[in-house]
Design a protein around this ligand. Structure first.
Ligand SMILES: Nc1ncnc2c1ncn2[C@@H]1O[C@H](COP(=O)(O)OP(=O)(O)OP(=O)(O)O)[C@@H](O)[C@H]1O
Length: 718
């Protein structure tokens, strides 16, 4: 008979996976080895492996798998397993492959106990949080793949002790910091693409046979080496993170030497290649500058024409802009500024023009302030010029064809438009373009301290810009890769047009180095989910009338998307975590206009969360699907229960299923009200609230009322 510890472990796994149909497997089976369960490898009476990759498994992994006595291989890759990674993995494991699932949460600390592990594949899941500092004992680990998740933070120091590691894949995460910790590893294959690593790249990494690193904002710091002032100096030394995007030209006859102390021919070749790439970038940049300048000239001519027209036909000023006086004051500064700055459209060298531009002090200060976050309006030519100058030709002097002095020189990170496609690097409607460097600065390199939370689409950070507090949503690359640059900018453009007091305002966006981020106004009081289920202090403030008001404001936001916007917008992810609250507990709905990013997987996840309307299962969703989700949020407000709560008894886990039969029975209804309200609600109001819910959560979408009707009903209650 199979070892009882293995029997217990495999049965608990079978249960948590939801008893999938697998040849030979039976619930509570006693002899998986003897009964030849499919995918179960045994030696005598011990389970040594479970290999069920690509088996269409769902459910979750159970903590019980820690009981396997001598298992050495678990391969459950390419299934649909959700939930977290168990915190007590069997210590005998050599291979753990959970890639291509829907695992969430963070990598557990207890991987530190897997002292015999050789292969770890957790790639292509939804893991988030930092990589734990838990690799000290993993001396036998050869291959590690954590790519395609939402891992953030810096690489922990113990990664540097993985002495057997040859393959490390970390691409498509949100990892940040420097790479020093990797420099002494015996890596043959390193992929760190599409993260937020910053430079400099340790020189040793450049000799890794396969080293892929695109899509990281490595800084462009150029630091001449100490030998510059020593008796036998190298001509100059470039930091090895000398990115192709840095416009630099190698002076003839001079040799580039990587900042590593030994000069290997390999790395010299590398640097030469990089220098050539730099030259190409220079040409592209030059062309870009000319293009921008010619655009600027064209725009200026247009504005001059427009102004003339306005001067002649004052009545043609748009009414919305208020009185003509105000409009004049709007127009004047940029002409004055232009005059004072001595700016004239010159088709020639925009660089020199930018540098020679004389500015009065306030303009200079203004230019400094707007370096990364320049506000762009069609009217603000001066601002556009500043934007061009600071985006394309940032001070200090551009490093074009420039020989380095013996002094230490640091060129601030230059973010060039080349990698971002022609649609990026521009403000879109009211949304400012942010550089990734500026967002890094505002979020302290996307530090854990600034991490607010994360969801299906990405991770949200608190960002302190000089102007105000912001929330930066760093979109998961796995979610955004389906969208082209143009589609992304169009999406930003659409979101930026949403203007409603109950919808979170999009302040700006960033699309650089393969990363896409959305920048929103910051809401201080968290989400309705937190207020209802996590934060006792705010929960106490949620009186009945406050709840009705919250419902009304959320309803108004959805009404706006469905019935005011043209074309109408389906939110598709309406839930209490997307109802943000401000200091006055007023609603600011988030994630509006992000439906184009939702994959079928995320929609499936939505269903599991208890908010998804039944028709989502068939891939159909309309505004009426939002109405259903709205009904679920109203249920949360009424009951104080979560839409799906695993900790409750089976029949009560799914809020809708539990609530439906109770909504029409007065006694049952009063019993289901959030106990924290202590009976403080008008019973008439309660039953009207329940009636609206019943209408919203009907399974037939066409029977659900439009949001405007719900708004009216809620208004009457108030
Ligand atoms: N503008 C904001 N101001 C303050 N906090 C915010 C803001 N936007 C999001 N958050 C916080 O970040 C958390 C994560 O938000 P996000 O939208 O990424 O995930 P979610 O809505 O919880 O889940 P999902 O994206 O899967 O629907 C939210 O729960 C909220 O606490």
């Amino acid at each position: 008979f199979t070892d009882p510890r293995d029997v217990f472990a495999i049965n608990s796994l079978y249960t948590s996976l939801g008893y999938p149909l697998l040849p030979g497997w039976v619930p509570y089976g006693l002899d998986p080895c003897g009964d030849l369960w499919h995918g179960v490898l045994c030696v005598n009476s011990n389970v040594t492996g479970i290999v069920l990759n690509d088996s269409n498994l769902g459910g979750e992994l159970s903590e019980g798998i820690g009981s396997f006595a001598s298992i050495i291989q678990i391969d459950l890759s390419n299934n649909h397993i959700g939930g977290g990674i168990p915190s007590n993995l069997p210590v005998t494991l050599k291979t753990l492959s959970l890639s291509g699932n829907q695992l969430t949460g963070s990598i557990p600390d207890n991987i530190s106990s897997l002292g015999q592990l050789t292969d770890l594949s957790l790639n292509n899941n939804h893991l988030n949080g930092v990589i734990p500092d838990a690799f000290l004992q993993l001396k036998t680990l050869i291959n590690m793949d954590l790519s395609g998740n939402s891992l953030s933070g810096q690489l922990p120091p113990s990664v540097g002790t993985l002495s057997s590691l040859t393959t490390l894949h970390l691409q498509n995460n949100q990892l940040s910091g420097i790479l020093d910790v990797l420099q002494d590893l015996a890596l043959m294959d390193l992929n760190i693409e599409n993260n937020l690593f910053s430079g400099p790249i340790p020189p040793k990494l450049l000799s890794i046979p396969t080293f892929r690193r695109a899509g990281n904002p490595f800084n462009t710091t150029i630091i001449p080496s100490p030998p510059m002032i020593s008796p036998s100096p190298a001509p100059f030394e470039l930091s090895p993170d000398f990115a192709p995007s840095l416009p630099y030209v190698v002076p003839p006859g001079q040799e580039l030497q990587p900042s590593g102390r030994q000069k290997s021919s390999n790395s010299t070749k590398h640097v030469k290649l990089i220098a050539i790439a730099g030259l190409v970038s220079l040409v592209i940049l030059g062309l870009g500058v000319c293009l921008l300048m010619s655009r600027f000239c064209k725009r200026r001519r247009e504005i001059q024409k427009e102004t003339k027209r306005h001067e002649t036909y004052d009545h043609s000023l748009p009414k919305a802009k208020g009185n003509p006086k105000h409009d004049q004051s709007l127009q004047k500064p940029y002409y004055d500024a232009e005059k004072e700055a001595g700016l004239r459209p010159v088709a020639g060298n925009g660089k020199a023009q930018g540098r020679n531009m004389s500015m009065n002090t306030s303009e200079a200060v203004q230019q400094k302030d707007v370096k990364s976050t320049i506000s762009y309006t069609d009217d603000a030519l001066g601002s556009e010029m500043e934007s061009m100058i600071s985006d394309v030709l940032p001070p200090p002097p551009p490093p074009f064809l420039q020989t380095l002095s013996a002094e230490r020189m640091v060129v601030n990170p230059i973010v060039l438009p080349i990698t971002s496609g022609k649609h990026a690097m521009k403000n879109v409607n009211s949304a400012e373009f942010f550089t990734i460097a500026s967002l890094q600065q505002y979020t302290n390199s996307f530090s854990q301290d600034n991490l607010i939370g994360g969801g299906m689409l990405g991770t949200v950070y608190r960002a302190e810009s000089p102007k105000k507090l912001l929330a930066v949503k760093k979109l998961d690359t796995a979610m955004t890769k389906r969208q082209s640059d143009q589609e992304f900018v169009e999406m930003v453009s659409n979101i930026s047009k949403l203007q409603h007091e109950n919808i979170v305002k999009l302040v700006g966006y960033c699309s650089e180095h393969g990363q896409r981020l959305l920048v929103y106004e910051y809401c201080r009081n968290g989400t309705l989910h937190e207020a209802l289920h996590l934060d006792d202090q705010i929960h106490r403030k949620l009186s009945w009338s406050t709840r009705v008001r919250v419902a009304l404001q959320a309803a108004r936001a959805l009404e706006y998307l469905h019935e005011v916007c043209q074309p109408r917008i389906v939110h598709l992810n309406f839930k209490s975590t997307n109802v943000l609250l401000d200091d006055e507990l007023a609603v600011h709905m988030s994630d509006c206009g992000l439906a184009p990013l939702m994959s079928s997987d995320s929609i499936r996840q939505l269903q599991g969360s208890g908010y998804g309307a039944p028709e989502l299962e068939l891939g159909n969703y309309t505004c009426q699907s939002d109405v259903y989700s709205f009904g679920v949020v109203m249920l949360e407000l009424l009951t104080g229960r979560q839409s799906y709560d695993r900790s409750r008894p089976r029949g009560e886990q799914l809020l809708v299923r539990w609530a439906i039969p109770r909504l029409h029975d007065i006694d049952a209804l009063s019993r289901m009200v959030d106990p924290s309200l202590n009976g403080c609600y008008p019973s008439k109001s309660l039953s009207r609230f329940a009636d609206i819910i019943s209408l919203c959560i009907q399974s037939e979408p066409e029977f659900r009322p439009p949001m405007s009707e719900i708004v009216q009903n809620l208004l009457q209650m108030i």
